[in-house]
Design a protein around this ligand. Sequence first.
Ligand code: SAM
Length: 235
Amino acid sequence: MTQALRHIRSYVRREGRMTEGQRQALEYYWHDFGIPFSREYLDLVTVFGRRAPTIMDIGTGMGDCCITIAKQHPENNYLAVEVHRPGIGSLLRQIRELNLHNIRISNHDVFEVLQYQLPPYCLDAVYIFFPDPWPKKRHFKRRLINPEFLRTLAKCLKSHGRVYIATDWKDYSESILDAFAEVPGYVNLAGEGLMAPRPYWRPVTKFERRGIKLEHKVFDLVFTYSGDESTSLKS
Ligand SMILES: C[S@@+](CC[C@H](N)C(=O)[O-])C[C@H]1O[C@@H](n2cnc3c(N)ncnc32)[C@H](O)[C@@H]1O
């Protein structure tokens, strides 16, 4: 019997401790802002109730960065993707407290969301801030950003869509540069092989503070997807 090939997961399922506030937010507000996973294409106009530039925040964590940016840019749609349920609870609580209308949430592996649920050419930009570093060599294969992931992401990016990444792990930042270089269509906006200046609008999060405390330097990377010819015609 043939089985579909599974990609290696970039996370370990751990429920972790959930606060009462997070649990209640999940119970009461998931229905309003959550997008259940399915293998059918989403209609983002229906999901957000409007047509607007759509930005995906991958591995949103507790949601602090997504909340800060979505509050500053009510004109954009933000799609937050996170596997960790306490993080989703925290994000939902903040969405309600701040009465934000421009965030929707997926509680599923982003690889599968990109592969099955997002229609082609739907994302204007993607944020991947402080992806799990998997610093041990034997775990490198778990790192989210690799050529296979970038090819899957490319399908969902509009022509000239942007990918913003930050990490405080030097060797990860270098392997990210290599991964982008392997996939046709991506262009490094800082110049080939170079890190980008920190985007002025990227908020400092808990993970960045942790890196700074460890005396890690933070590396920003910004790519645009020029697409192939057929992609550019469809944007
Ligand atoms: C180190 S945290 C960074 C959180 C946030 N971006 C920040 O800067 O504060 C990385 C997050 O990515 C999530 N994650 C890892 N792999 C994922 C995947 N395949 N799909 C969705 N989320 C994922 C983890 O659960 C974790 O919360």
